[in-house]
Design a protein around this ligand. Structure first.
Ligand code: TRP
Length: 361
C-alpha cells in the first residue's frame, strides 16, 4: 500500500515556532526522507471559515502567509503538493455523506471542539459548520487516502473521529477508505510549546508567540523578555528547570553541537540544567544561548522567506497547481465512495440493464 501524508493548517495567522517544532519541521524531514509516495499539505481555509464566517478577509490575507511559512520551512513544491482546501469541492461532497455516519452526541464529545467552543464563547450560538468540522477533517484525510497524518497533540481527537468514520463507512458500504495513523512529535517539549510568557500554549490571541517570520532583532527581544523561574532572583539562587519555558524551548530546539558552537562551558543540555538547578547560572546567560540556538534554526528559514517574498505570483501559481493535482486525487476517491454508496447511477451499466430487464418481464 502507498504511504501517503496529508496534513494542514488553518490560515488564521502566521505560523510560529510552536507550529514549527510541533509539526512543520517533522513534515520537512518526512518529505526529505523519501519514504512517502505522496505528500499533501493543505491550507485549510474552509475550516478557518467555520469560525471566521464574518471575517473572510483575514482568511484570504493569511493564505499567502501560511504558504510563505511552508516554503520557508523547507517544504518543496516538487516533493509536496501544497494546495488550498476550498478549491477541492470533492471535500465538501464527502463531508455531506460522512455526516450520515456521525451522531450529534459523538461530535459533542470531541474534546478539542469542546474546548474551542469554550474559548470562543459560542455557548448556544455554535455555528453548525464549526460543530461539524471534525467530519470535514475526516473528508480531508480520507480523500487523499492518507496513511500518515503528522499533527500536534490537539488534533488527536480529530484523527480518532476520522478512524471511526472510516470504520463505519467500510463496514456499511464495503472496504473503500483507508484508516490513517496520527504521527505526533517524539520530543515531549515539542508537543505543546508554551508561550514566551510561560502560559500553557503559544497562541496568537495571547500575544505570546515567536513567529517564523519575525526579524532577528524581534526574536532576540522576545527571548530576552521571556518568563523564567520567578524565584530565581540572584544568579547564585538554585533555579527550577521543570516547567521553565526557557528550558522547555531548549529541550525543543537544542542539539549538543550548539554547545560546541556557542557555549563551550557545557557539552550538553543536561550539564547546563544541573548548573541552573544548583545555582550559579543566571537567566541572561541561558537566554543568550537560547537566542543563539533559535537564531540558528530560524536563519535558513528567514533566507528562504526572503527568496519567496520576492516571488509572490509564483507562490500563488504553486498553490494553483497543487490544487489541480489535489483535486484529481480527491475526485478518484469520491468516485470510489459514490460507487460504494450505490449512487453512481450513470456509470453502472449493469444497473441500467437490470432495471430495463425488470420492466421487460
Ligand atoms: N485542524 C487543523 C488545524 O487546526 C487543520 C486541518 C484541517 C487539518 N484539516 C486537516 C490537519 C486534516 C490535519 C489533517 O490547524
Amino acid at each position: 500500500m502507498s504511504k501517503i501524508i496529508l496534513t494542514g493548517d488553518r490560515p488564521t495567522g502566521k505560523l510560529h515556532v510552536g507550529h514549527y517544532v510541533g509539526s512543520l519541521k517533522r513534515r520537512v524531514e518526512l518529505q526529505n526522507s523519501g519514504e512517502f509516495d505522496e505528500i499533501y499539505i493543505m491550507i485549510a481555509d474552509a475550516q478557518a471559515l467555520t469560525d471566521n464566517a464574518d471575517n473572510p478577509e483575514k482568511v484570504r490575507q493569511n493564505i499567502v502567509e501560511v504558504a510563505l511559512d511552508y516554503l520557508s520551512a523547507g517544504l518543496d513544491p516538487n516533493l509536496s503538493c501544497l494546495f488550498i482546501q476550498s478549491q477541492i469541492p470533492e471535500l465538501t461532497e464527502l463531508t455531506f455523506y460522512y455526516a450520515n455516519l456521525v451522531t450529534v452526541a459523538r461530535l459533542q464529545r470531541n474534546p478539542t471542539v469542546k474546548s474551542e467552543i469554550q474559548m470562543r464563547d459560542f455557548q448556544a450560538s455554535i455555528p453548525v459548520g464549526f460543530f461539524t468540522y471534525p467530519i470535514s477533517q475526516a473528508a480531508d484525510i480520507t480523500a487523499f487516502k492518507a496513511t500518515t497524518v503528522p499533527v500536534g497533540e490537539d488534533q488527536a481527537p480529530m484523527l480518532e473521529q476520522t478512524r471511526e468514520i472510516v470504520h463505519k463507512f467500510n463496514s456499511v458500504y464495503g472496504e473503500t477508505l483507508v484508516e490513517p495513523n496520527i504521527l505526533l512529535p517524539e520530543n515531549s517539549a515539542c508537543l505543546r510549546l508554551p508561550g514566551i510568557d510561560g502560559k500553557a500554549k503559544m497562541s496568537k490571541s495571547l500575544g505570546n508567540c515567536i513567529y517564523l517570520s519575525d526579524p532577528e532583532e524581534e526574536v532576540r527581544k522576545k527571548i530576552m523578555s521571556m518568563f523564567t523561574d520567578p524565584n530565581h532572583l540572584k544568579v547564585s539562587d538554585p533555579g527550577q528547570v521543570e516547567g521553565n519555558p526557557v528550558f522547555i524551548y531548549l529541550d525543543a530546539f537544542c542539539k549538543d553541537e550548539y554547545f560546541a558552537e556557542f557555549l563551550q562551558d557545557y557539552s550538553c543540555l543536561q550539564e547546563m540544567k544541573d548548573h541552573y538547578s544548583r545555582g550559579g547560572l543566571g537567566d541572561v546567560k541561558v537566554k543568550k544561548f537560547l537566542n543563539a540556538v533559535i537564531q540558528s534554526e530560524l536563519s535558513p528559514i528567514r533566507e528562504r522567506r526572503h527568496h519567496w517574498e520576492k516571488r509572490i505570483p509564483e507562490v500563488y501559481e504553486i498553490l494553483r497547481n497543487g490544487s489541480i493535482t489535489a483535486e484529481k486525487k480527491a475526485a478518484q476517491t469520491l468516485q470510489d465512495v459514490k460507487q460504494a454508496m450505490k449512487i453512481d447511477y450513470f456509470s453502472d451499466r449493469a444497473l441500467i440493464e437490470e432495471q430495463a430487464e425488470r420492466y421487460r418481464q
